[in-house]
Write a protein that binds this ligand. Sequence first.
Ligand code: ATP
Ligand code: MN
Length: 270
Amino acid sequence: MPTVRDLLGDIVDEVETVLLFSPSSSYYERCQEVEDISTVVVAPDNGVGAERYVELPLEFADLSERIRFGIEGALDEGHIDEGDEVACATKLFDDVIDSVSRARAGDLDQSGVYDLFTNSRGDPEVIRDVLDVAVELGQKGQKGKPVGALFVIGDAGKVMNKSRPLSYNPFEKSHVHVGDPIVNVMLKEFSRLDGAFVISDGGKIVSAYRYLEPSAEGVDIPKGLGTRHMAAGSITRDTNATAVVLSESDRLVRAFKGGELILELDPEEY
Ligand SMILES: Nc1ncnc2c1ncn2[C@@H]1O[C@H](COP(=O)(O)OP(=O)(O)OP(=O)(O)O)[C@@H](O)[C@H]1O
Ligand SMILES: [Mn+2]
């Protein structure tokens, strides 16, 4: 008679690599002792001192996003190869690893989410900080009302050339960076008005209230999204910038790169 272990063991049958998402040190050490398997740690920091490691810039609440990120990262770092059978061990409901998914590296369509952080003009921390602001703004809104916002990160010179001011620029002579607590307050305040924020590769806020005028040629974003999203998608095709958009109407946070929608987050889940 087969046991549960036999049945569910199929999930990890002939797996070559285990991706461990944010494991404790003791869990990681136990994994190290398993023969014939290589382990890759995917976590916000490499506290366990793993030899093979992928940095997780944000805790994706959506499990499939998290797994995609881990696999794309492990491929990009050369820890695994296309076609490898991998088991992904993650925390889902608890603060311990409680779920396992199996995938063949390279079979999932590339979501580009790893590329979004790693190969963008903007620093990964800057993109993460902007996503944080957008998520927080999405959760709280402005005085309880939903608010929209558009952040364009990286390649700021070119972005400035393809846009015009809608109002005076409150960041004109300032040297403030995303991630500073005061800046987050300012960004939220200024997002009540129209236009985009332009942010440099390193996170300096170059301008608020920019009206983007990129060419929309060849931009293919999902139907139903309006002009803010079209402008966001287009500017990332026309320049090497990344765009983060908070929608006022459906309250989702989206990221665009190379003219494509790369990431969609629900702020309520964070
Ligand atoms: N080219 C642009 N550059 C900068 N901001 C823009 C541009 N086009 C639109 N916006 C901003 O987007 C706001 C909302 O426009 P619209 O409703 O058409 O966009 P949307 O994509 O549907 O976004 P939302 O989901 O937030 O409604 C505008 O009020 C304006 O502030
Ligand atoms: Mn709209």
